[in-house]
Design a protein around this ligand. Structure first.
Ligand code: ADP
Length: 484
């Protein structure tokens, strides 16, 4: 009993395995390949068969035409007697050729009829008198003893003088035998061809799909171990599957880069927020421990809100910087007019500049376009403009220029402010770094890190030149991309 259950279990498993196999691409490819191969072989044999049948028929017709001409010339010389003599002379030959020769009157009455002795015995060829003669005709004569054998004759007719008729016929037997042999050979080879096409198809699909199996194997390994550094082996060919393997590996590289970028973003942000968060907590703790008045408590709450706003801004900017640095930022690139960009930035800072009696001058080439994320670029420009106004004393000047070279937009933001200490210059791009000259000004020390990250994400460059007390000049070089 147990054995029967086991048997059913094995049976069920093999049915499931068969179903799974039927769904595989290798199976379908094998099926398609062998099916197409088999079908083309059948078509090829079919065409060859038709061609052979046609050429055998033409050969027989030619023979009949030759015989007709020969007997016609005999008739022209000596009438029916001459035809009969010729047939008698060629008696052996006629028999060998399986030819029928007949001369008939205008009323289709037989004057002379000769056919191989074997036909005479078995088939009633005199029946020809009952059929209206045609130039070319195919006639069937059943065996006179009721046997199933049938004689099929191809008969060619030629009119003779005075309405007489000359007919020569030939059996199709020989031709049919040849064609039958061909058909038998065809059926005989079909079995091996089918086996060969299935084996060929299986081999081909196994070979063609081996890179895909490699990819699947790599994916399984990555899912099982989480090891993103694993790479699929790339076949030595230059085909689509090699491309797919290469792309797959590139994608894996990009994913691991993004993941490590996100990891370091998280580490950096956590590290950078620790100090302000501790500060915020400290403020709240102090107020809780002291017997403060309601006004003092309210003031502390306002400070806490301001501090948390600062932290929020900081967090957002830190996230943006990290995303831009690690290529995770989505840039909505579009053609951007430099003139419009500069005008928009100035509009935002016009009031601040006027309050400080700082003049903003521009020298921007019109019709200057480049491919960039408009909002991000506006943030870059406003950060530089904000710094320029912030670090310039009343009555100073800020100048924005924009030109282009062959492949770049060149933007400068120059001020006549305090300038940057030479020892600060290498560090001003670092996150949370604030120069000595900036102590009295508001700021998070993130503006320039943001500018640099966004410019680099656009494949551009930003540099600074400054001398203490003589202002600073920031120079941006951004690729035009395909816009001019
Ligand atoms: P902050 O919030 O301090 O302005 P940034 O990252 O924008 O932070 O700038 C970093 C430092 O670079 C500033 O603290 C300041 O010392 C210096 N700096 C930036 N822009 C200028 C400028 N136009 N003139 C003088 N110093 C500048």
């Amino acid at each position: 009993m147990g054995n029967i259950f086991k048997l059913f279990g094995v049976w069920g498993m093999s049915i499931a395995a068969c179903r799974r196999m039927r769904r595989t691409l290798s199976f379908r490819l094998t099926l398609w390949y062998s099916g197409l191969f088999f079908l083309s072989t059948v078509i090829l044999f079919g065409v060859m068969y038709l061609l052979l049948a046609h050429s055998l028929q033409r050969r027989d017709y030619k023979e009949l035409r030759g015989a007709l001409t020969e007997y016609q010339s005999k008739y022209d010389k000596g009438g029916v007697t001459a035809v009969a003599e010729e047939v008698a002379v060629e008696g052996g030959l006629a028999e060998r050729l399986h030819l029928l020769v007949r001369v008939a009157t205008a009323a289709n009455t037989t004057l002379f009829l000769d056919s191989p002795p074997f036909w005479k015995k078995r088939f009633d060829v005199t029946q020809l008198e009952k059929r209206a003669p045609e130039k070319k005709q195919l006639l069937r004569f059943p065996a006179s003893d009721g046997d199933e054998e049938i004689l099929i004759l191809e008969i060619a007719s030629l009119p003779l003088p005075e309405g007489m008729l000359l007919q020569v016929g030939k059996s199709t037997h020989e031709r049919e035998k040849l064609l039958e042999q061909f058909r038998e050979t065809f059926i005989g080879v079909m079995g091996p061809i089918l086996i060969f096409s299935v084996a060929g198809g299986a081999l081909l699909s196994v070979r063609a799909l081996s890179p895909l199996r490699g990819l699947i194997h790599t994916l399984h390994a990555i899912i099982a171990t989480g090891a993103l550094e694993t790479r699929a082996s790339v076949p030595g060919t230059e085909d689509e599957l090699a491309d797919l393997s290469r792309l797959f590996n590139t994608m894996l590289g990009r994913i691991s880069l993004l993941i490590s970028g996100m990891q370091s973003t998280l580490d950096n942000v956590a590290h950078d927020l620790r100090t302000p968060m501790t500060h915020l907590r400290g403020m709240a703790e102090v107020m809780l421990q002291t017997e403060a008045s309601e006004t003092a408590l309210r003031e502390a709450l306002v400070n806490c809100i301001e501090e948390s706003d600062r932290i929020l801004t900081m967090l957002n900017t830190l996230m943006d910087i990290s995303e831009a640095e690690h290529g995770a930022m989505r840039l909505e690139k579009e053609p951007v007019s430099v003139y419009e960009l500069v005008t928009q930035a100035i509009e935002l800072y016009q009031d601040v500049a006027e309050d400080k009696a700082i003049q903003i001058a521009t020298a921007v080439l019109p019709e200057l376009y480049f491919c960039a994320d408009r909002n991000r670029m506006l943030q870059v420009l406003t950060n530089l403009l904000d710094n320029a106004i912030k670090y310039t004393a009343s009555g100073g000047q800020v100048t924005i220029t924009a030109t282009r070279d062959d492949q770049h937009i060149v933007l400068t933001v120059t001020d006549t402010g305090v300038g940057i200490l030479p020892e600060d210059l290498p560090h001003i791009w670092d996150r949370l770094y604030r120069g000595d000259t900036s102590r009295s000004q508001r700021g998070l020390g993130l503006g320039l890190s943001f500018v640099k990250a966004i410019v680099q994400a656009h494949l551009g460059e930003v540099t600074v030149s400054s001398q203490l007390g003589q202002g600073a000049r920031f120079l941006l070089t951004l690729p035009l991309d395909h816009f001019s």
